[in-house]
Design a protein around this ligand. Structure first.
Ligand code: ACO
Length: 317
């Protein structure tokens, strides 16, 4: 694992000076105290490459060892070429398959699931899966209901075959009927960029927070159980849950619904906010670094996001 967080820290106190909000509101409603913001000249692929370099170093590998590159992002450098192609080139990897996936916050888990298929089938030996986002570019910094939530960052994993354990369960899903709850309306083929779309602020994330909250709790709990039930795993069989860091209240409600102790929920939301596809990747990386994950532990990765999408994976570390 490897991660990269931009240097600039934007605190709740900073946001108090930008919109009508308070540190107290943000902390009690979301659990977020600060988030990182990328430099203007720092792109999603730049952050992805840095996270990938660190992951490769930790895996004692070089870019030449990689057979597949997947980048999960909803804030690509541009529509095309894909961010994964940019990463391949900047990293100096071989001309291996490289593509992006657009699954919002569940993207890293989908990426891991895809890589797992390629490695499991023996098609590729080593895959690089990255979750990277520059959400600050699609955040309306005058909208207090969304701007307090998001941050920038990247996390990367190098996957390879293991003799025992590894990814032992995968549960992915999507419900396109609820896409309206969280979207970025303009810039695509439906509503190409125009003076009107800019004036109407349609190039920013639009969110129905309260409705999303309700769905998120049920979706994350069901997704998690959908990954653990086929293995007959009980709450006590899971050593640590690495959830998508959307809102601390969502995560605590998910823990309750799943009958899992709050102490088993890994949290870093207070430092970084919601980084969409990067959130689970960075959280997994930091949990490893902090010694929260040991060999043989059973880890549940669990995420939901725009789409709506969800994904949960059980890893025997
Ligand atoms: N500061 C102060 N007041 C605020 C702020 C703010 N930053 N934002 C909203 N408010 C106000 C609202 O205007 C409202 O005021 P009113 O009662 O006078 O109308 C009041 O606070 C309550 O607003 P709610 O939206 O009901 O607040 P809620 O408790 O639902 O919290 C939140 C809002 C934090 C957005 C919550 O709904 C949430 O976390 N939803 C899920 C969001 C999420 O997970 N999104 C991302 C998932 S997918 C992805 O990551 C891409």
């Amino acid at each position: 694992m490897g991660s990269y967080l931009p240097e600039k820290v934007l605190t709740n106190a900073d946001l108090e000076r930008m919109v009508d909000t308070t540190d107290e509101w943000i902390v009690t409603r979301t659990g977020i105290r600060q988030r990182r913001i990328a430099r203007q000249d720092e792109t999603t692929s730049d952050m992805a490459v840095e996270a990938a370099r660190r992951a490769l170093e930790n895996a004692r590998m070089t870019p030449e060892d990689i057979d597949l590159i997947i980048v999960a992002t909803i804030t690509p450098d541009m529509f095309f070429p894909s961010t994964a192609c940019l990463v391949q080139h900047k990293l100096g990897a071989r001309h291996v398959p490289a593509f992006d996936i657009s699954v919002a916050c569940s993207g890293f888990i989908y990426g891991i699931a895809i890589a797992n298929q390629f490695i499991g089938s023996g098609t590729y030996r080593h895959a690089l899966v990255i979750g990277a986002e520059k959400l600050s570019t699609v955040t309306d910094w005058s909208d207090r209901s969304t701007c307090v939530l998001f941050g920038d960052g990247a996390g990367a994993a190098v996957l390879g075959e293991v003799k025992e354990g590894g990814i032992i369960s995968v549960n992915l899903g999507a419900d396109g009927s609820k896409g309206d709850l969280l979207n970025l309306p303009a810039g695509g083929s439906k509503m190409p960029a125009s003076k009107k779309t800019i004036d109407d602020k349609l190039h920013y994330i639009k969110m129905n927070g309260a409705e999303l909250f309700k769905h998120a709790v049920k979706i994350m709990a069901d997704a998690g159980l959908g990954a653990t039930n086929p293995l007959n795993l009980k709450a006590e069989d899971i050593d640590l849950i690495i959830p998508h860091q959307a809102n601390i209240r969502i995560l605590m409600a998910v823990a309750k619904r799943m009958g899992i102790g709050e102490d088993k929920i890994y949290l870093n939301i207070e430092k970084y906010g919601n980084m969409s596809a990067a959130s689970s990747a960075v959280a997994l990386c930091e949990a490893v670094k902090e010694g929260r994950i040991r060999k043989g532990n059973r880890i549940l990765l669990d995420a939901f996001g725009g789409g709506l999408t969800w994904g949960a994976i059980v890893i025997e570390w």
